[in-house]
Design a protein around this ligand. Structure first.
Ligand code: NDP
Ligand code: MG
Ligand code: MG
Length: 336
């Protein structure tokens, strides 16, 4: 890992940085880099984000104008629209020696975006949501980040990505080198199999088994969803050791004996299949095809998830527990 003291070059100084998109990452990175002393402009379509960036005192303009003014274009729109925004409003204005920056390798790795050979293509991927990056920066810390490059035109692309990460506050917590391929594949694997896909399927299945066996939906919700945070917090703070130390011996014993049966050989094979579909580009194609087809599948699945019994029961119960909303304090959008 690299830290602030390890990043000593100065190639970023005097460059104009354009942030394309002012959402979760865009607002955090634009504010952090500005506070670190860099010249920042924001390029975004008219609307909510545009107004938010203006309120926060940025020079805000169309993406095309921002791309023309900038030496560094940091692409922070949603991944699925990025290649269209790039082709129409960024690529025509790239000059030799410009830097094209990303916080996720998806578009470059899967060749949705093919940058010209006369620019540096670099990555700074924070390991946390934008609001946490902004809050920790203001508190004098930072969220760790991955850095690296896909294309090195200038001969110092790697230094540039490190300086950018340092400007975002990430080197206070630590920088880890990666490649576009590695970052893209591990990020997709994690969110599909463990962090989001895995966790929601586990909660949902536990909820189904309990309610189908006659336990009340409210009881099942508290057991398999509400308490999830408690366990995750303990793991986050001190790993499995702290979590087990804070829980009963009964629960610890049951966990060792039953857990591997629930997530066993079948799940491991499913994870391997998912990894293969990430590596061979099948998942990326399926996702982009659905986007180009009006996100029909995404919207159908979102609807099903939002209207499940689990979601309805959870919503009712959380109404009476305003304290759980406090946990959201730092993840609501656009609080620069
Ligand atoms: P958000 O959805 O939060 O924000 C997207 C921004 O792009 C909004 O400001 C939106 O404006 C703008 N936008 C959307 N469409 C267009 C368009 N056609 N032209 C111009 N601007 C547009 O995105 P994230 O910050 O979540 O993601 C940005 C990148 O960062 C992605 O590559 C993602 O993978 C990566 N990333 C995200 C993390 C996170 O914590 N969210 C963590 C690490 C990486 P509007 O308000 O008008 O819709
Ligand atoms: Mg991730
Ligand atoms: Mg991701």
């Amino acid at each position: 890992m690299l830290y602030d003291k390890d990043v000593t070059t100065n190639y970023l100084q005097g460059k104009t940085l354009a942030f394309v998109g002012y959402g979760s990452q865009g607002h955090a990175q634009a504010n952090n880099l500005r506070d670190s002393g860099y010249d920042v402009v924001v390029g975004v379509r008219p609307g909510k984000s545009f107004e938010a960036a203006k309120t926060d005192g940025f020079r805000v303009m169309s993406v095309a104008e921002a791309a023309q003014q900038a030496d560094w274009v940091q692409m922070l729109t949603p991944d699925e629209v990025m290649s269209d925004v790039y082709k129409n409003e960024v690529e025509p204005y790239l000059k030799p020696g410009d830097v094209l920056g990303f916080s996720h390798g998806f578009n470059v790795h899967y060749k949705e975006i093919v940058p010209p050979d006369f620019v540096d293509v670099v990555m700074m991927a924070p390991k946390g949501p934008g609001n946490l990056c902004r809050r920790t920066y203001k508190e004098g810390f930072g969220v760790p980040a991955l850095y690296g490059y896909f294309q090195d035109y200038s001969g110092h692309a790697e230094d540039l990505s490190k300086e950018f990460a340092k400007g975002n506050g990430a080197a206070r917590a630590g920088l880890l080198k990666t490649s576009f391929k590695e970052e893209t594949e591990e990020d997709l694997f994690g969110e599909q199999n463990v962090l989001m896909g895995g966790v929601t399927a586990l909660i949902e299945t536990g909820f189904e088994v309990l309610t189908e066996a006659g336990y009340s939906p409210q009881l099942a919700y508290f057991e398999v969803e509400h308490e999830m945070k408690l366990i995750c917090d303990l793991i986050y703070e001190g790993g499995f050791n702290k979590m087990y130390a804070d829980c009963s011996n009964t629960s610890e014993y049951g966990s060792y004996v039953v857990g591997p049966k629930v997530v066993g050989a079948e799940s491991k094979q499913a994870m391997k299949d998912a990894l293969e579909n990430i590596q061979n580009g099948k998942f990326a194609k399926e996702f982009m095809d659905d986007y180009r087809n009006g996100f029909k599948n995404l919207y159908k699945m979102r609807e099903r998830s939002a209207n499940s019994l689990l979601s309805e029961v959870g919503e009712q119960l959380r109404e009476r527990m305003p304290f759980v909303k406090e946990a959201d304090k730092y993840s609501t959008p656009q609080s620069a």
